[in-house]
Design a protein around this ligand. Structure first.
Ligand code: ADP
Ligand code: MG
Length: 257
């Protein structure tokens, strides 16, 4: 959003807000799934989005990536309103990475090809450079030695780390994670959360839907609690978990903690 500058400003300072949702509404037929959502995510901020199933968390993430349209309100990414179609949409998708619960890797492509596909096709990187970068990213997520395998040859935790490397390969401004560890066997959850924690520490802007409260405490700058399509409460993780104010948050935490 544009901020009113005082006359003493010599130059426009870029807003620290990277993703801004302004009175966003979304319906599925009669169902009002996002109700006047206002949310601003700063550069480098890690926002953990929690709330009961059906509260609209996935819809919110998908709206930011323009996988879903909204009915009213506005969403801007780095000051630019979300485009509706075509090339600009591809560019937005490059700027906004997404990691889903199901890893969504291309089954018939190697790990390396999964990571290089979009940089080559969308960003027009030359294959050599894209592959070199992919190897660096696969090392960074701890699976450098698996580059020539196919997804089915990897564990779920490894596949999800490939999905993170694939998102990083586009040099996104922000990465949205929608329950990235929910489909994993318990012993694989931490290897994925550790990669995400490292990313957070490195300053990546992240919006993370998760039920992993340990991760939220460790990595989140802010916890946003949603219920019934609304943001009910938001606070630092410490304040939110130790001293939830709303009854809904108290009831939710009582169930999951
Ligand atoms: P959450 O991720 O918090 O569990 P969702 O954003 O997936 O919530 O869903 C919010 C509500 O919207 C739920 O009631 C869900 O059933 C409904 N919903 C989600 N996607 C669709 C869709 N494509 N069509 C109709 N209803 C949907
Ligand atoms: Mg969901």
């Amino acid at each position: 959003m544009t901020k009113v500058m005082s006359a003493t400003h010599r130059r426009a300072v870029p807003s620290t807000d990277l993703v801004v949702l302004d009175k966003v509404n979304k319906h599925y037929g009669p169902l009002h799934v996002l109700k006047d959502i206002d949310l601003a995510v700063s550069r480098g901020e890690v926002v953990v989005l929690i709330g009961p199933s059906g509260s609209g968390k996935s819809t919110l993430c998908r709206a930011i990536n323009r996988l879903e349209t909204i009915d009213s309100g506005a969403i801007t990414v780095d000051g630019t309103p979300l485009p509706t179609e075509g090339r600009q949409l591809a560019r937005l998708r490059a700027e906004v990475g997404m990691v889903f619960q199901g890893f969504n890797l291309f089954a018939h492509k190697t790990v390396l090809d999964n990571v290089t596909l979009a940089p080559v096709k969308v960003l027009k990187q030359n294959r050599r450079a894209a592959e070199q970068r992919a190897h660096e990213l696969l090392d960074r997520v701890g699976i450098g030695s698996q580059a020539h395998k196919y997804p089915a040859q990897l564990s779920g935790g490894q596949q999800q780390r490939v999905a993170i490397a694939r998102a990083l390969a586009m040099d996104p401004k922000v990465i949205l994670f929608d329950e990235p560890t929910s489909a994993l066997d318990p012993e694989m959850v931490n290897e994925v959360l550790d990669v995400m924690t490292a990313l957070a520490r490195d300053g990546m802007t992240m919006v993370v839907v998760t039920h992993e409260m340990g991760f939220a405490r460790r990595a989140a700058d802010r916890v946003v609690f949603m219920a019934d399509g609304q943001i009910v409460e938001e606070n630092t993780p410490h304040e939110f978990f130790d001293n939830p104010r709303s009854e809904r948050a108290q009831a939710f935490l009582a169930k999951i903690l």
